[in-house]
Design a protein around this ligand. Structure first.
Ligand SMILES: C[S@@+](CC[C@H](N)C(=O)[O-])C[C@H]1O[C@@H](n2cnc3c(N)ncnc32)[C@H](O)[C@@H]1O
Length: 284
């Protein structure tokens, strides 16, 4: 069987199982399974595959037909400037989360010497990306999931920043750290209804702990705000990613906890996605 025919077969199986972008996924999976670029494949459609190659390609197609995300099949995802290793214990880094990184880098120049905390560090994508860009910063990443932290540690090592980063396995409720200049968090913020309606590719393959934020989705965000009030330095910045429709409640909670909201950033769908707030100096 040649590349043309196996692609046709792969696409047919995916289409029959209602996978959007069946043709692109079929091509990507062939490129992953043969370890060749898509261009290499599309320019050599008459090349034949051996039996082992066919078997390994069909096994990837069978995973994808059950909606397993391509990033989990490959165990890799690109975020900001680096490729991250991921697995089923961490949230696959999302494009909109890059907005948090982008905005933080705009606010703080490379001469700052900061201690930063990432609450719910997951794969480590936010904290590691920031530390790679800001060589003087030191970071702490906490997560309730020890398996997520194992993954984050691997990424910190691959990116050669493990000497400036510390990981702690803790519920945010039980964490008592030093005072930080900057706290960043992309907490789980999906509501009960939102969780029940999630795409099966997300619901069945990504960790519930990383997604579900209680009945209204605000449970962990609230905890992050309350804890930040204690462990953020005066005038320190809290940078949060939030869900659709949560901005008013989050802004109110920030105000009630002694924060001044300095900026809100919209995502590519014009949803209020990131909130930046300064802790008001307690002495005044
Ligand atoms: C939405 S994921 C974010 C992962 C990563 N920071 C990112 O942006 O891709 C939320 C993370 O928070 C962690 N988490 C959930 N509840 C927590 C809690 N109470 N305390 C600490 N971490 C928690 C989850 O295990 C998960 O890794």
């Amino acid at each position: 069987m040649n590349y043309r025919n196996i692609l046709f077969k792969g696409e047919y199986i995916l289409r029959k199982n209602f996978i959007n972008d069946a043709s692109i996924d079929a091509e990507n999976l062939l490129s992953i399974s043969l370890n060749k670029t898509r261009e290499d494949i599309l320019l050599n459609l008459e090349t034949n595959l051996n039996q082992n190659e066919i078997k390994s390609y069909i096994s990837l197609i069978n995973k994808r037909k059950k909606k397993e995300p391509i990033s989990l099949i490959t165990g890799k995802r690109y975020f900001w400037n680096s490729e991250f290793t991921i697995n089923k214990h961490v949230l696959t880094p999302r494009f909109e989360t890059e907005l948090l990184v982008e905005e933080i880098l705009k606010i703080f120049n490379k001469y700052t010497n900061f201690s930063i905390l990432d609450i719910g560090v997951g794969s480590g994508c936010i904290l590691i990306s920031l530390l790679k860009e800001r060589k003087l910063w030191r970071g702490t990443g906490i997560d309730i999931s020890s398996l997520a932290l194992k993954n984050a540690k691997i990424n910190a090592k691959i990116q050669h920043i493990d000497n400036r980063i510390k990981f702690i396995n803790s519920d945010i409720d039980k964490f008592y750290g030093n005072k930080y200049d900057l706290i960043v968090s992309n907490p789980p913020y999906i509501s009960k209804i939102g969780f029940n309606n999630l795409d099966l590719g997300v619901k069945n393959f990504e960790p519930k702990k990383a997604l579900y934020g209680g009945i209204d989705g605000l449970k962990i965000i609230e905890k992050v705000i309350k804890k930040s009030k204690i462990i953020l330095k005066n005038n320190g910045l809290l940078a949060l990613e939030i869900g659709k429709g949560q901005s008013n409640k989050v802004i109110n909670s920030l105000k009630n906890n002694g924060f001044y909201v300095s900026k809100i950033v919209l995502d590519y769908q014009k949803i209020k996605r990131c909130v930046f707030a300064r802790k008001i100096n307690e002495k005044f």
